[in-house]
Design a protein around this ligand. Structure first.
Ligand SMILES: CC(C)(COP(=O)(O)OP(=O)(O)OC[C@H]1O[C@@H](n2cnc3c(N)ncnc32)[C@H](O)[C@@H]1OP(=O)(O)O)[C@@H](O)C(=O)NCCC(=O)NCCS
Length: 167
């Protein structure tokens, strides 16, 4: 399938936000209660993340399949990245478009950007149940870094798993 990866345009932010939030919701990745989860609103807010990072979309024949946030440097949108590291966040592809390589192409585009920018590593966090994403990352050479796992919500036993690709 002919999939184009490019920077998202502001007119596409609403669709990307909806695809991302629904992907997490439908797959059961909103830990604290569906659409009421604070992260549901965060996933929908593409304008916010586009202000501090680069939002990329996967497009096929003018249809948006999914998106990802490429964070080039440590900053407001990074959870894990340290100096000289880039980060991948909020990867999602709509259910209807899965299994055709859109997810892989989005991750590859982030890695290419990091390599061109001279970053030493690409890092990311993922939930334990995101097994389709784990396979995708591992196929592209990412490795687990358990020593960088962390718990985003103080007082809750909810751990995010760290992955890292050395460039
Ligand atoms: C993870 C996610 C982005 C993957 O998106 P995707 O577009 O389906 O990814 P791909 O198509 O590249 O790969 C998915 C599968 O399709 C297969 N595939 C890819 N292209 C294919 C093709 N042309 N023909 C047949 N199979 C294909 C891949 O080998 C992979 O197989 P696997 O599940 O056995 O590992 C998607 O499942 C998603 O949005 N999940 C919910 C959100 C999430 O978990 N995000 C991760 C945040 S850390």
């Amino acid at each position: 399938m002919d999939i184009v990866i490019r920077q998202a345009e502001p007119g596409e932010y609403e669709t990307i936000g909806e695809i991302t939030a629904q992907a997490y919701l439908q797959d059961g990745f909103l830990t604290f209660g569906g659409e009421d989860d604070w992260y549901f609103a965060e996933l929908k807010d593409v304008a916010k993340r586009a202000a501090d990072a680069e939002v990329l979309v996967a497009v096929h024949q003018d249809r948006i399949l999914g998106g990802v946030t490429y964070v080039p440097d440590p900053g407001p949108m990074s959870d894990l990245a340290g100096p000289a590291e880039a980060e991948i966040r909020m990867l999602a592809v709509s259910h209807a478009a899965r299994g055709r390589g859109a997810g892989e192409a989005l991750v590859r585009a982030c890695v290419d950007r990091a390599r061109r920018a001279g970053r030493t590593r690409v890092v990311l966090c993922t939930q334990p149940a995101m097994t389709a994403a784990h396979r995708l990352y591992e196929r592209q050479g990412f490795a687990r870094r358990p020593d960088r796992d962390w718990q985003p919500i103080p007082g809750h036993d909810f751990t995010l798993l760290a992955y890292e690709l050395t460039l």
